[in-house]
Design a binder for this molecule. Structure first.
Ligand code: COA
Length: 249
């Protein structure tokens, strides 16, 4: 377990806070393992009614740790990042995200699998996979064109254009955009705690129904993306781009 993930319990709410400010909350293998474990525990713990995932009021996460990508790239579905994302996909309880500042790479992708997403208006979201010689991951190549149409999704996924929290809410990637990171977190907490007064079995079944119809297709796409992503990580294009970030100073 790593200190860079803080787990807090407040009544029926489990909060997973990413806390690695010196590296803009970039996620390492140890951090994914911790998140994966906490999500799995939350899913089976009858006392937990909802899970909140957040960063700080300055930064959600700068995505996968780029040094980790170069030194220990994920190679299969047992890798910590896959375990975390599969646990997120399978979580039967509501997962709520509170986002402020940068949400890059998987920091944006993971939002597509949360139930409620509260962002600060000036949050900066971006999926620069192609820019890094990589490709979309964890279903984003399916979900974003379905949500936005191919032409808008292409701007985000092929060009790696960034967008604001306000745009994310207007496009349906986020539930609501609020005036500050603190306001986004307060709203996310308030809405997460609402689940305490709702019948948990009805919530569980309803979430399952909402996720149900596309599940098989999503699984297939995630496998295909995963295989290509892990290949891309070892490609000369990706190694050059990732090394360029590490050696930029
Ligand atoms: N992996 C590893 N380290 C990262 C990182 C990442 N994804 N993102 C930021 N960092 C580190 C920087 O290297 C820097 O470390 P240093 O102080 O030891 O040099 C530190 O975090 C601060 O980052 P910096 O870029 O100076 O902060 P900023 O406020 O100017 O910009 C971001 C913040 C998030 C916009 C910028 O860091 C960024 O674009 N990061 C890369 C994100 C990315 O491409 N992620 C996708 C991975 S698929």
């Amino acid at each position: 377990m790593t200190d860079a993930i803080q787990i807090e319990r407040e009544r029926g709410l489990l909060t997973m806070r990413v806390n690695r400010p010196e590296k803009k909350n970039a996620l390492t293998r140890a951090m994914y393992s911790h998140l994966a474990e906490a999500l799995q525990q939350a899913d089976i713990d009858p006392e937990i009614i909802a899970v909140l995932i957040t960063g700080s009021s300055e930064c959600f996460t700068a995505g996968n740790d780029i040094a980790d990508f170069l030194q220990q790239p994920p190679s299969n579905l047992d890798s910590p990042v896959f375990r975390f994302m599969l646990n997120l996909l399978e979580c039967r309880k509501p997962v709520i995200a509170a986002v402020a500042g940068a949400a890059v790479g998987i920091g944006t992708t993971l939002l597509l699998h949360c139930d409620l997403v509260y962002v600060s208006r000036d949050a900066r979201l971006r999926m620069p996979f192609v820019n890094l010689g990589l490709c979309p991951e964890f279903g984003s190549s399916l979900i974003l064109p379905n949500l936005l149409g191919h032409a808008k999704a292409a701007e985000l996924l092929l060009l790696g254009e960034g967008f604001s929290g306000e745009q994310a809410a207007a496009w349906g990637i986020a539930t609501e955009a609020l005036g500050s990171g603190e306001a986004a977190l307060a709203k996310a907490r308030e809405m997460a705690l609402r689940f305490e007064s709702l019948p948990p079995e009805a919530v569980r079944i309803s979430k399952q129904l909402m996720k149900g119809p596309g599940r098989e297709q999503l699984r297939k796409v995630i496998e295909e993306e995963g295989a290509l992503f892990t290949q891309r990580l070892r490609s000369p294009e990706a190694i050059a781009a990732l090394s360029g970030f590490i050696n930029r100073h």
